[in-house]
Design a protein around this ligand. Structure first.
Ligand SMILES: Nc1ncnc2c1ncn2[C@@H]1O[C@H](COP(=O)(O)OP(=O)(O)OP(=O)(O)O)[C@@H](O)[C@H]1O
Length: 228
């Protein structure tokens, strides 16, 4: 039976950009088999929280741990266990779709990279485009490739920022089923989403993210050119 020790623990995260407090006192614990959906309006701070969770943005205060290790996106132990799709990936312009997936699988030491790459390629419906370069893909196909990179590598935690973006209806249904299956086999998932269907299908817990009290007043003062 899977261990129930938390995979991810965030404690009292706080982040400001200039005078604007974006996140204040955010805490979260995610265990294997849990899927936490962050919801909230545009600019509420969801992406900023996800970037702090994966170590891409350093919190001003607070702490993030992955399986008890202090979060660092360069720690090889953490990179082995955490897959994230936060922004559109910076694809290599001269590597094809299949070469991207193959590179990721091999870099992470997957035992049978060819088999997993073929499987994921079919699942994200990019078999006909497998030889194309990223610049020639449609925007939805680029999104599918970005998601595919997370599924060809080992993972115990998946962190996804609006993974539904630019997917068609069938793509969102596939994504919901895939994430449910990931959760069922013990993965921990944190996602930010504006897609109610995805949240309903996948999330075991919903966390509504709000900007800190007073944040909008500061933003207004800055927009007016005034000092708070
Ligand atoms: N690097 C940055 N510098 C300055 N401000 C930033 C930076 N990154 C984010 N912000 C601001 O922080 C706030 C929260 O942004 P964030 O991207 O976290 O929101 P979000 O909840 O993910 O929004 P959306 O639903 O639109 O994706 C916004 O007001 C944004 O302008």
């Amino acid at each position: 039976m899977a261990s129930r020790a938390p995979v991810l623990t965030a404690t009292d995260l706080t982040k400001s950009y200039g005078p604007s407090r974006i996140v204040e006192g955010f805490s979260l614990t995610v265990s294997p088999g849990e899927a936490v959906a962050l919801t909230g309006r545009n600019g509420a701070g969801k992406s900023t929280i996800l970037r702090m969770l994966v170590g891409a943005v350093r919190p001003d205060e607070g702490r993030v741990e992955f399986e008890g290790l202090r979060m660092s996106e360069t720690n090889p132990e953490i990179r082995k266990g955490m897959a994230s799709v936060i922004d559109d990936l910076d694809f290599f312009p001269d590597l094809s779709v299949v070469e991207h997936l193959d590179l990721l699988a091999r870099a992470h030491g997957v035992p049978d990279p060819e088999a997993i790459v073929d499987e994921v390629l079919a699942e994200v419906q990019l078999v006909p485009q497998s030889g194309q370069l990223p610049g020639t893909l449609s925007s939805g196909q680029r999104r599918r490739l970005a998601l595919g990179t997370a599924f060809v590598r080992p993972r115990r935690l998946l962190v996804l920022d609006e993974p539904e973006q630019r997917l068609d209806v069938e793509g969102v249904a596939w994504l919901a089923a895939r994430l449910k299956a990931e959760r069922a086999r013990g993965l921990a998932i944190v996602l930010a989403s504006h897609e109610p269907y995805l949240v309903k299908e996948v999330a075991t817990r919903i966390v509504a993210v709000h900007p800190p009290a007073g944040a909008e007043a500061v933003a207004d003062a800055v927009a007016d050119g005034g000092a708070a």
